[in-house]
Design a binder for this molecule. Structure first.
Ligand SMILES: [Zn+2]
Length: 280
């Protein structure tokens, strides 16, 4: 975890420090090695079975939000466990940052528990995920307007484990690098909305600041509801036909013959040099 309580204050790990878990009150020790980001670990057993080791990617994302919103403990009355929301806003939205693979059953359990939530998935963990998205995008994504897209056969574009999520899933294909590619694809986020209509899903692309700002201002959940309300009602399943991108209009090449004026010089073989052309 990023924070532990030291003298009742949320403190980051530093070498040799000892703190207390804000959730269960158990002692925690600071782990400040070279391999992983500096963090706190329970001396015995972690109180949240869902907790995954953090990476630089997690930290960078969390840093977009106030410290008080990070690592918020929520008791699970059903199991008696405590779960730590990566970020929980005062409006009640939970943002979970997922780097490693997650079992679909656990994903569903977390979605039921947090309810008003959004996943941010590290799309850079597997190179194949990004390649699948780029390859699939060419054939299966149709652009609408306002950054919205229809995704035909979403299974061809996104990792299987996230397809049946009941909440929006944001894929971060940019990771920590600020890759400045022409279309800015890697710098923008791709949000896959829940629900399927036949074999198409709805996708939105937007810059990461837009997402962060809408979470901070509390407009995110309302925006998602509006998108979902506008989605058409479920349609009968369609055949698996890839979306055919429109062919760009063929521009005709027009050849114009340009008359060239003859050079005023000719090569005189006898003299072995260029001489002025004689006029007749
Ligand atoms: Zn604990």
């Amino acid at each position: 975890m990023r924070f532990a309580l030291v003298e009742s204050k949320k403190v980051e790990a530093s070498p040799g420090a000892v703190g207390m878990c804000p959730g269960c009150g158990q002692p925690m020790v600071a782990k400040c090695g070279l391999q992983r980001v500096h963090h706190w670990a329970h001396r015995r057993m972690a109180c949240d079975p869902w907790w995954e080791p953090e990476t630089e990617w997690h930290r960078t994302w969390k840093n977009n939000f106030p410290t008080d919103w990070q690592e918020v403990f929520l008791p699970d009355e059903r199991t008696g466990e405590k779960h730590i929301a990566d970020v929980r806003t005062p409006h009640g939205l939970v943002v979970e940052f997922q780097h490693s693979h997650i079992d679909p059953h656990e994903r569903t359990t977390r979605e039921r528990f947090y309810q008003d939530m959004v996943w941010v998935v590290d799309g850079k963990r597997l190179k194949s995920d990004y390649l699948r998205f780029i390859k699939g995008g060419k054939n299966y994504i149709q652009s609408l307007h306002n950054g919205m897209h229809n995704v035909y056969n979403p299974n061809r574009c996104f990792p299987k484990g996230w397809l049946n999520s009941t909440v929006p899933v944001i894929f971060d294909f940019g990771g920590l690098e600020t890759v400045d590619d022409k279309k800015g694809r890697r710098n923008s986020l791709c949000c896959l909305f829940p629900g399927r209509f036949g074999n198409h899903a709805r996708l939105a692309a937007f810059p990461r600041e837009v997402f962060v700002n809408s979470v901070i201002s509390g407009q995110w959940s309302e925006g998602v509801r509006r998108v979902l309300d506008k989605l058409p009602q479920a349609e009968p399943p369609m055949e698996e036909i890839p979306y055919q991108a429109k062919e760009p209009p063929v521009t005709q090449k027009v050849f114009v013959r340009i008359k060239r004026r003859p050079s005023p010089y000719v090569y005189d073989h006898r003299k072995g040099k260029l001489v002025r052309r004689k006029r007749f």
